[in-house]
Design a binder for this molecule. Structure first.
Ligand code: HH2
Length: 262
C-alpha cells in the first residue's frame, strides 16, 4: 500500500503537493500516485489529515478539498483505492466516489463511522490508537499493550460481524506509533502472528519515529532502510499488508526475500 498524503504537514512527506500559495496541487499528488503504482503498489492510501503526534485536526471541508480531486482521478487507476480518514462525513463522500477501502486510524470508534462503513461494500481497516493525535505520545501507558490492542481490534471486528459485515472485508492494524513507545511497538510487532488470527494484518512503520529511535536517524528520509528491514520482518511474522512511503525499495526487498523463501 503506497502512501499519498495530500497534506501540508505530514511528518515525512507533508507539503510535497502544495502550490506556492499554500493550496493543494492535485496534479502533483496524482502524478505521485501514478508513480507509486508503476513502482509496484497494489493499493493506494490517500489521506488529507496528518495524524502525526501533536498534529492539529483539520476541518471536514478542508480534508475533502484536499483529497477529493485526487480520489476522483485515482478511482480509475485500476488498483484498489483506500482513503485514510476518521471522519464519517468524509467516508460518506469517498464511498460515493467509488473507493475500495476505508482506513480509519480511529478504528471506527465513532458510531456514525461504524454505521457508514458497515453499510458500504468497502474493505475496512480497523486501527488501534490510544487517545487522540494531539496528545497520544504524552506518556502512553498500558498494563499489557498486546492484550489491550488485540482486545480492541477483536471487539471492533466483532461489532462489524454482528452488523452483518463479511469477515473478508476486514483488516486490522495495531497502529504503530499511535500512543505507543518504542517498547510498545516492538511488543506489538512480536505479537503479529497472534494478531493474524483476528483478521489480516496491515503494518505501517514507514519512516516513523520508532525507526529513527532504532537506527539513530533523525531525518525521516534517512529511515528507508530501517523501514524496509522492519517491513520484511513483519511480513515473515504474519503481516499481509504494508503501508509504505518507499514503494520501490519495499517491493524490491520483498522480491529478493521471496526468491530465497520459495
Ligand atoms: N500511519 C499513519 C497514517 N495512517 N493508517 C494505518 N492503517 N496505519 C498506520 O500505521 C498509519 C495510518 C501516519 O503516517 P503518515 O501518513 O506517513 O503521516 P501523517 O499522519 O503525518 O500524514
Amino acid at each position: 500500500m503506497g502512501i499519498v498524503n495530500v497534506t501540508p504537514d505530514s511528518f515525512s512527506d507533508g507539503g510535497q503537493f502544495m502550490n506556492s500559495g499554500g493550496g493543494i496541487n492535485a496534479q502533483r499528488a496524482i502524478a505521485h500516485a501514478q508513480r507509486l503504482i508503476e513502482e509496484g503498489a497494489d493499493i493506494l492510501d490517500i489521506g488529507g489529515e496528518s495524524t502525526r503526534p501533536g498534529a492539529a485536526p483539520v476541518s471536514i471541508q478542508e480534508e475533502l478539498d484536499r483529497i477529493m480531486p485526487v480520489v476522483e482521478r485515482a478511482v480509475s487507476f485500476g488498483v484498489p483505492i483506500s482513503v485514510d480518514t476518521r471522519r464519517p462525513q468524509v467516508m460518506q463522500q469517498v464511498i460515493a466516489a467509488g473507493v475500495d477501502l476505508i482506513n480509519d486510524v480511529n478504528g471506527f470508534r465513532d458510531p456514525q463511522a461504524i454505521d457508514i462503513a458497515a453499510n458500504s461494500s468497502c474493505g475496512l481497516c480497523i486501527m488501534h490508537m490510544l487517545g487522540e493525535p494531539a496528545t497520544m505520545q504524552q506518556d502512553p501507558t498500558y498494563e499489557d499493550v498486546v492484550a489491550e490492542v488485540t482486545g480492541f481490534l477483536t471487539a471492533q471486528r466483532d461489532r462489524f460481524l454482528q452488523l452483518g459485515v463479511d469477515q473478508h472485508r476486514l483488516l486490522i492494524d495495531p497502529g504503530f506509533g499511535f500512543g505507543k513507545t518504542l517498547a510498545h511497538n516492538i511488543a506489538l510487532l512480536k505479537a503479529l502472528s497472534v494478531m493474524a488470527g483476528i483478521a489480516p494484518v496491515l503494518v505501517g512503520v514507514s519512516r516513523k519515529r520508532m525507526i529513527g529511535e532504532i537506527t539513530g536517524q533523525q531525518d525521516p528520509s534517512r529511515r528507508v532502510a530501517g523501514s524496509v528491514a522492519v517491513a520484511l520482518w513483519a511480513t515473515a511474522h504474519g503481516a499481509q499488508f504494508l503501508r509504505v512511503h518507499d514503494v520501490r525499495e519495499t517491493v524490491d526487498a520483498l522480491k529478493a526475500w521471496a526468491a530465497l523463501e520459495s
